[in-house]
Design a protein around this ligand. Sequence first.
Ligand code: SF4
Length: 399
Amino acid sequence: MAKRLLLETDKRLLWKLSYTMGFKGMLSVIKHKRRVKKGIFFPPFLHISIINSCNLHCQGCWVDVKAKQAKLDVDRMDKMLCEAKAVGNAYFGILGGEPFMHKELITVFERHPDAYFQVFTNGQLITRDIARKLRRCGNVTPVISVEGSQTISDQRRGGSDVLNRTMQGVQNCVDEKLFTGVCSSLCQTNFEDFLQESWADKLIEMGVMYMWFHTYRPIGPDPCPELALTPEQQKRVREFVVNMRVKKPIGIIDAYYDHKGQALCPAVTAASHHISPYGDIEPCPIIQFSKEKIDDERGLYETFTQSKFLQDFRTLAAKNTRGCIVLEHPDLLKQLAEKHGARDTTVRNTAFPELDALESRPSQDTPGYQVPEKSWAYRLAKKYFFNDFGAYARVTAND
Ligand code: SF4
């Protein structure tokens, strides 16, 4: 992996990644850990859905992609990013809809050279020219979602020629030496295709630097529960990821396990929370309930750290599972939203009935089953910079 970073990358981009994402990212987590010790919770990793619109229409998508376009304009982004940077944040996840449908997206990156942006995209709008502009910015890593074979991609994403257009986006990014990632939502229709060494080898050959396996979450207006993975399949994903990390020269990200292999929810640990295209502050992208907005006159930091809804969410989820409360206890989540009088932040206004319709199902937490990291690098990185930050022990101690 070190050889690839040295030989395959643009050194200016490698420096930006190492310093802004790596070093400053670590500092932001250290600040988070210090705040947590004082009972103060402000996420070092903000995930921001900058626009709702998308050129695709995926199964299991929770975003109102076909509703009237809503987006966070440059001024609101500037204010939010500056407030978050003021408390040490350096990394920002940019989601949608499809972020590259936002005409000012690159302006946002240009105006914040001291921050690093990971853009979750379907890649279809990343032309060679856009990739060139991203290279000029130097502070952007696109993580492009690939969801299956040609047929499966069209089916999963509600489009045509989806795979080719997405892979062209990947190629444009790699040709411009961007630090490029590929992610997939593992489900019944792509599981056996992606949980293969050959898939990792293909991405390495293409020049992709990291991969990320999400597990399909059957939520939203078109949940397709038949696509969800079984607990046995989720275990296979965890084992595959841990084994490939010591075998393949490609980064493999996950956001659901610590160095011991214990499951966690990044919203419960306050490592990450979400901002909707309407400026709503939400526990995470798929929990579309909110009590606060980014425009609150108290300012972003106070609004987050004083949120009773977010605090009660973290406590409730930590008390009931180390996994995903949306999947395992949708009923409890509904009660919490009702108790706080939280707004349904969807345009379709069906977030409550969608929760009602959800059946409880297993998520990333399989009590008694843990696969610790084999790689010393991931073990160290997670041990000090990505774990539960004491969230679950705190709840048990307070009981
Ligand atoms: S609630 Fe579920 S989907 Fe949201 S961050 Fe936690 S584990 Fe992930």
